[in-house]
Write a new protein. Structure first.
Length: 656
């Protein structure tokens, strides 16, 4: 009997415990909640065309050693946050390509700029693309037409590739590790003496039981320049991917280039060497796959920012006209491009928007992606600053990502000068070398973005309260007929309110009305694209409606609309916040009879006492009553939308 009573008590305790947990999912389900998707597409040009990488090539490609690929891995954390890593056997990542592909991807999948990482292997045996680097080639108009036509197909292929990776998302065991490979050598004089980074970061994507390997992402910091012949080839990075795919049939291997701008595979120029380095790298990856790897857990956080890097010196128009007459083929192309800028803007642009991306994949893995051909000093400093360890917290730094506009020298290399510090700018059609100070600018931004990500990733994935959006359907909601509204769709567990003219939104559509007092709403919101409010949350305070506006009036104004007839831009709650498109913000709104309080990422942004105040809403959001969400000329995404009644203890007035 005693035994039975004990069991009964335990069951009762378990039940109480289970009920007190905020909407906890079954343990088994949440353990397996990470998902991954894999896709690949051949991007070998169908016809002979110009190759990129060396200005001295004098004819079109003649056949292939092996195919060139674009490959993608999508990762989805238990909250639904999804990222896509893209690897390409290309010399560069043209910014025009990224912009075109991202516009489609955002429209189709509601995924923001920070959530996609475009990388390339920097193979010098790939096709010319529609990019500044192609001006170093001796191409005529019809060659350029062919390059642009190839680029169009490539863009469409990348949209298809990313979509396919998202479609392939299924439960997965994701883990990481770090290996070592030693063929990269610092190529600056005196050769082989300067700094290097021999790390081999490895991301393992396996079946959910961990037994079957589906994909492996790996990186290395070394120029992909063993070969300079006229055959399509992924060079050593292509051979490394082939080695791994041969060792593990059915598996997709994806490469990214690290900060290897001043590193070369030495010696080089023989295909046997390209194969050998590929094998060495593949063996290093395999060694990691065969040892214990660190499982990825928790959640994903992403940031992306363009910072303005300044040029050191802007040549005068007269100087450029002179170079056009007397310079080499490369210098003439350079002067011609800069003169086009004079025609277009009446001046040379003094800065360039430099892309910096940082991903936090769970609490332990930081993955930084920098634009341009980045010298190794950046990886060395960032690993030190952000705390890299092989077996615990790891820091990976990809170069050649999201836009390859030039070499990115460190202060040391800039001061030393030479190719990476100065003269390579000609081939990238840039007015001069970078102005000193860029290293600090880049490093500081990476450190700040990463710190923000680490805070975001550490947030508990589960919020308390009843889920108001199930992540799959619009159950419980109706589209708001604002007139001029755009689509409301559910993608990847997110509710997407597309850009309307002017408004798009959803309104409460349930049997029971929303609460009037003493409740809390929490949600994650993101501005996907646009420059106005991406979260207009209309709610009730008693019988009065009111709206919480985030990012209004051109992008940054936050507050309540309206109090005593004054809207969010002109009352006591008015605040300003610089929102990043593509970043999730956690919003919490509490309504009691005493006050309305709101928090953004855990920080209080407004606290409005209600005594003697008259609440109302602006006429535009009348159709959001009694409870609704809306955006203004902006695409917004929502997830984790929850509602919770406050406890008696929470309701007790604590403030004056
Ligand atoms: Zn290069």
């Amino acid at each position: 009997m005693i035994h039975h009573r004990k069991v009964a008590t335990m069951v009762a305790l378990l039940l109480v415990f289970a009920h007190s947990l905020p909407a906890a999912e079954p343990a088994a389900k949440s353990r397996n909640a990470w998902q991954a998707g894999v896709s690949r597409v051949v991007i070998t040009p169908a016809e002979p065309m110009w190759m990129s990488g060396y200005g001295g090539r004098s004819k079109l490609a003649e056949g292939k050693v092996h195919d060139l690929w674009a490959k993608a891995v999508a990762l989805k954390d238990p909250t639904g946050k999804t990222v896509v890593f893209v690897s390409t056997d290309l010399i560069t990542v043209p910014i025009k390509m990224v912009d075109a592909v991202m516009a489609e991807i955002t429209r189709k999948h509601g995924i923001g700029r920070s959530e996609v990482m475009f990388t390339c292997s920097h193979t010098h045996c790939g096709p010319a693309v529609d990019d500044m680097l192609s001006y170093m080639l001796d191409m005529n108009d019809s060659d350029w037409r062919q390059v642009r036509s190839y680029q169009k197909t490539l863009n469409a292929n990348l949209v298809g590739l990313i979509s396919a990776a998202l479609k392939d998302l299924k439960p997965a065991a994701v883990s990481f590790g770090n290996g070592r490979c030693h063929f990269a050598a610092n190529r600056r004089a005196p050769k082989g003496i300067g700094p290097y980074d021999h790390d081999v970061p490895v991301l393992r994507i396996g079946s959910v039981d961990g037994k079957m390997l589906r994909a492996v992402v790996f990186g290395y910091a070394c120029h992909n320049t063993v070969m300079s012949y006229y055959k399509w080839s992924g060079d050593y990075a292509g051979f490394a991917q082939l080695y791994l795919e041969g060792r593990h049939p059915g598996v997709t291997a994806l490469f990214f280039a690290g900060c290897g701008a001043d590193q070369n595979p030495l010696p080089r120029r023989r295909e046997e060497l390209a194969k050998k380095y590929g094998r060495m790298l593949g063996v290093a990856v395999d060694r990691v796959l065969n040892s214990p790897t660190t499982p990825v857990s928790g959640r994903i956080a992403t940031r992306f920012e363009n910072i303005e890097l300044a040029f050191d010196n802007l040549p005068k128009k007269s100087e450029l006209l002179e170079v056009q007459k007397t310079g080499s083929r490369y210098k003439k192309a350079w002067a011609g491009n800069l003169l086009k800028q004079y025609d277009l803007y009446g001046r040379l642009l003094p800065t360039y928007p430099y892309p910096i991306q940082s991903w936090q994949i769970g609490p332990k893995l930081t993955w930084v992606a920098l634009g341009g051909e980045v010298v190794v000093d950046y990886a060395v400093s960032l690993k030190k600053l952000l705390g890299h360890h092989d077996t615990d917290r790891s820091v990976w730094v990809a170069g050649y990502s999201n836009d390859v506009m030039a070499y990115i020298a460190s202060e040391r290399v800039l001061e030393e000068g030479g190719y990476e510090g100065d003269t390579s700018m000609i081939y990238y059609q840039k007015p001069s070398k970078w102005r000193t100070g860029l290293e600090k600018q880049i490093i500081t931004t990476v450190v700040n973005l990463t710190a923000d990500n680490r805070t975001q990733a550490a947030r508990p994935p589960q919020l308390p309260g009843e889920l108001l959006f199930d992540g799959r359907t619009l159950t419980g909601w109706k589209k708001t007929k604002f007139g001029g509204e755009a689509e409301v769709v559910v993608r990847n567990g997110q509710l997407i309110l597309e850009t309307g003219a002017d408004m798009t939104g959803i309104t409460w559509n349930r049997d029971t009305p929303p609460p009037e007092w003493d409740y809390e709403v929490t949600l994650d919101v993101m501005r996907v694209e646009g420059h106005d409010f991406f979260c207009g949350l209309t709610f009730q305070a008693g019988k009065s409606p009111c709206s919480l506006i985030l990012g209004g009036w051109g992008g940054g104004v936050c507050g309540l609309s309206s109090i005593d007839g004054f809207d969010a831009s002109e009352n006591d709650t008015t605040g300003y916040h610089e929102f990043q498109n593509g970043r999730w913000y956690r919003v919490r709104l509490r309504v009691t009879r005493q006050q309305i309080t709101a928090w953004l990422d855990g920080k209080e942004i407004l606290d409005q006492p209600l005594k003697g105040r008259k609440l109302s809403i602006r006429g535009e959001v009348d159709l959001s009553r009694p409870f609704g969400l809306s955006t203004w000329q902006t695409t917004g995404a929502v997830r984790n939308l929850r509602l919770r009644k406050l406890t008696a203890k929470e309701i007790a007035p604590t403030k004056k």
